[in-house]
Design a protein around this ligand. Structure first.
Ligand SMILES: Cc1cc2nc3c(=O)[nH]c(=O)nc-3n(C[C@H](O)[C@H](O)[C@H](O)COP(=O)(O)OP(=O)(O)OC[C@H]3O[C@@H](n4cnc5c(N)ncnc54)[C@H](O)[C@@H]3O)c2cc1C
Length: 488
């Protein structure tokens, strides 16, 4: 297992290829725009060494029997899915925000473990052996892997090969015996700057004419031809500030645009190259575990909103009784997504390749709740916090320390606790509800509308109709009278 320092050192050793605000970032572990995201991911590495967290954060490798990071493990049964939800809740508890530079890659590798097995069975390819070799090696190196599925997509009504710009979806532009060459982009990739490698998977199900877009591979984040542009973030200013204006030490994440300019991918790192008929399986295999365990993410952040709301109420001279109803609603929201995610994880099935695949219907139902309930929890936290938490409308920490007017600002922020204490709580609530801590669970992991579309396809309506027919003894359809005329 790598220490947090070893992890950060591995990022410093990479070729600088991350830009923000027009500048190349030489050291992502030190630059104010990226270092907090790295600190959040480093917290995962640290947790592996902490007695109270190591069982959640680490597991035994099914490939080597060594202790490894859970983020590099194969999910092989319901117990692993429960641990997955607990891990996500824990990481939000510890960092306040998303550490998606590891978990999306983890889901991608589990999805492609199953898909490579299926492709090999049909075409006698060697993809499964390749992913096995790469995974064993990655576990030994204890690397952080971001997951890249989302393409720019152009016109949403058109498929990849119908787009005016053929690069609107990442595609294979050339093939040699030893490599494939890819061009295009993957966008909104969580924690990409905090990762050592990228796991690329098709973002949707494609048709035969889209075969060049059916591509999956792993690649070092700093490979030749890859450029990353970090997203501008709603709370960039505060992310870059020191002190309590940035309330969470190890948190903050942004999503990068990853540009692939004719990038060479060695064949032994390729897990799909043209097998378009497996793209649907790939995306469904990804969203099963992802949309289950994401319920743990938002519950983990909800825990913090409950704690911060209670402390703010106390700071204002109120007690829990004044906000009990709101706290109860917040707890119900947290446990709904956490519990439904676990249920989806447990009620799955074993894929012949050995990985466990959660119940897809329930995972998608959970996705819809994840895209709705946390917003209600945030609204409640803001309601409790008052205006200073809702939009963070207070002078900066620097102004609070000003020798001339600072004492007055602190005096007028003081209630049951000193002004600075209310200030810090309000900044945290702002950060959790409108700032850098927002997990982005509306679209992260796919849109709720997309999930609803899958739900409506998966619901077995005929079964429900049959139930009613049985109950009402309507099983036999009424027969048409002989010789009766029917109108066209
Ligand atoms: C915080 C955050 C983290 C993320 N992290 C990652 C990551 O790590 N890796 C990754 O690969 N991606 C990541 N994403 C991207 C995420 O997967 C996408 O945002 C999501 O899939 C939706 O795609 P889009 O943003 O392009 O929305 P769009 O495709 O533009 O969709 C917008 C709306 O239009 C609807 N829509 C789209 N097409 C159609 C259609 N044909 N007909 C009818 N309605 C349609 C959608 O349902 C949605 O409601 C992240 C996003 C966020 C916000």
């Amino acid at each position: 297992m790598r220490t947090p320092e070893e992890y950060k050192e591995s990022l410093r050793e990479m070729r600088p290829n991350v830009y923000k605000f027009g500048n190349l970032i030489e050291d992502v572990t030190a630059h104010p725009a990226t270092r907090r995201m790295i600190e959040g991911h480093a917290r995962i590495f640290q947790a592996a060494f902490e007695e109270e967290h190591s069982d959640t954060v680490t597991t035994m490798s099914t490939l080597t029997d060594e202790t490894i990071s859970r983020y590099l493990s194969l999910i092989t049964g319901p117990g692993d899915m429960i641990a997955n939800s607990r891990l996500k809740r824990l990481m939000f508890n510890l960092t306040g925000t998303c550490t998606g530079g590891r978990c999306v890659g983890w889901n991608a590798l589990n999805a492609m473990w199953a898909v490579t097995y299926e492709i090999d069975a049909k075409y006698e390819t060697n993809y499964h052996a390749s992913i096995r070799r790469w995974l064993g090696n990655s576990q030994a190196r204890d690397i952080a892997i971001a997951g890249a599925l989302t393409d720019p997509k152009g016109n949403r009504k058109l498929g990849p090969s119908e787009q005016a710009d053929p690069d609107a979806y990442l595609r294979i532009v050339d093939r040699t015996e030893s490599d494939i060459i890819v061009r295009g982009a993957k966008v909104m990739i969580a924690g990409v700057t905090a990762s050592n490698e990228l796991f690329v998977v098709p973002g949707s199900a494609y048709k035969e004419e889209d075969a060049d877009y059916a591509v999956s591979f792993v690649i070092p984040r700093d490979a030749e031809g890859i450029t990353i542009i970090e997203a501008r973030h709603p709370s960039d200013m505060r992310e870059m500030e020191e002190g309590p204006d940035n309330p969470v030490k190890g948190g903050g994440i942004t999503q990068g645009y990853v540009l692939f300019d004719d990038v060479k991918v060695p064949r032994d790192r390729v897990f799909m190259a043209g097998e378009w008929e497996f793209t649907g399986t790939a995306i469904l295999s990804f969203i099963g575990p992802y949309r289950s365990a994401i319920g743990g993410c938002v519950a983990g952040q909800g825990d913090l909103m409950m704690g911060a709301s209670t402390l703010m109420a106390r700071a204002n001279g109120l007690d829990e009784k004044a906000i009990r109803d709101k706290l109860t609603s917040m707890a119900m929201n947290n446990e709904t997504t956490f519990g439904l995610g676990i249920a989806a994880g447990v009620l799955g099935r074993q894929h012949p390749s050995g990985v466990w695949q959660p119940d897809k219907l329930m995972a998608n139902v959970n996705k819809v709740y994840v895209a709705t309930l946390p917003y209600e929890t945030k609204r409640l936290a803001q309601e409790v916090a008052g205006g200073i938490g809702e939009t963070g409308c207070m002078p900066s920490w620097t102004d609070l320390q000003d020798p001339e007017y600072g004492p007055l600002l602190r005096k007028y922020l003081t209630a049951e606790v000193p002004g600075e204490e209310r200030y810090v709580l309000a900044r945290l609530i702002e950060w959790l509800t409108v700032g850098g801590g927002i997990p982005g669970t509306m679209h992260g992991g796919g849109s709720p509308d997309g999930a609803k579309m899958l739900i409506s396809r998966m619901v077995d309506l005929e079964h429900d109709i049959d139930l009613v027919k049985d109950l009402l003894e309507m099983r036999e359809e009424p027969e048409e009278e002989e010789g009766e005329e029917t109108e066209e």
